[in-house]
Design a protein around this ligand. Structure first.
Ligand SMILES: N[C@@H](CCC(=O)N[C@@H](CS)C(=O)NCC(=O)O)C(=O)O
Length: 224
């Protein structure tokens, strides 16, 4: 399989696709397309990206585009238990949480683009951003409280899975923009950021040095 991604420091949907590919445990190679490079802007870099967006998974000559389709496809291939909790009530909540993340949280996503190169100690979140953060916290507390905590594992539904993958970029945003969260969310963010695949992705992100200014906002402090 080949997974097409964009700049690791900034492409939150690429991160989701890549974590899904890792979670499948199936062999895959990763191909980087540099956002806003001349090839990206001319469209040449997007020739094998059906929607013009990353991530795209190519497998046996078929393209699977969009992070959610990639999760569903890999769950079919690798086994649903690798991505979704087994019990019906937990699975229902995990599906709904991923769908809500995939379709929503515009204020948070627009005001706090994923940025693994910098952090923003003075960032002042708007009330709309904080409403999104509170909604995320409510869902995390629900998942942890009903299904995750009792397993003794740190993930939303016990075992690492699709919901953790979907909210991993939100964890980086809470960290990057110093967004205020409660104890449950803080502990969960720390677990996600310390996950070996997140460490691997962040190290690769900090080694990338592509000029990319589209998500620039004032007040950024370099990470290293
Ligand atoms: N719904 C899509 C969203 C994908 C998306 O927005 N990807 C961004 C990069 S993170 C992209 O490729 N944007 C096209 C562009 O910047 O030209 C998914 O879940 O994969």
């Amino acid at each position: 399989m080949k997974l097409i991604i964009a700049n690791r420091a900034y492409s939150s949907w690429s991160l989701r696709g890549w974590l899904a590919a890792k979670q499948s445990l199936l062999p895959f190679e990763t191909e980087l397309r540099v956002m806003d490079s001349p090839d990206w802007l001319s469209g040449a870099a997007k020739a094998d990206m059906p929607s013009g967006m990353v991530p795209v998974l190519w497998d046996h000559g078929e393209a699977v585009w969009d992070s959610l389709a990639i999760v569903l496809y890999l769950a079919d291939k690798a086994g649903h238990d690798r991505f979704w909790p087994r019990e019906v009530p937990a699975r229902a909540l995990a599906y709904a949480m991923c769908a809500e993340m995939h379709a929503g949280f515009g204020p948070l996503r627009r005001a706090c683009p994923m940025n693994l190169k910098q952090h923003f100690p003075q960032f002042q979140p708007s009330s709309e951003v904080m409403a999104d953060v509170r909604r995320v916290e409510t869902m995390w507390e629900q998942a942890r409280g009903r299904f995750g905590a009792e397993t003794g594992e740190p993930w939303l539904f016990g075992r690492f899975g699709a919901a953790d993958i979907y909210y991993a970029p939100v964890c980086t945003r809470i960290d990057t923009y110093h967004l205020p969260v409660g104890d449950v969310a803080r502990a969960y963010v720390e677990q996600v950021l310390a996950h070996p695949w997140m460490v691997e992705w962040r190290e690769a992100a900090s080694a990338e040095n592509h000029e990319f200014t589209r998500y620039d906002i004032p007040g950024g402090v370099p990470r290293r």
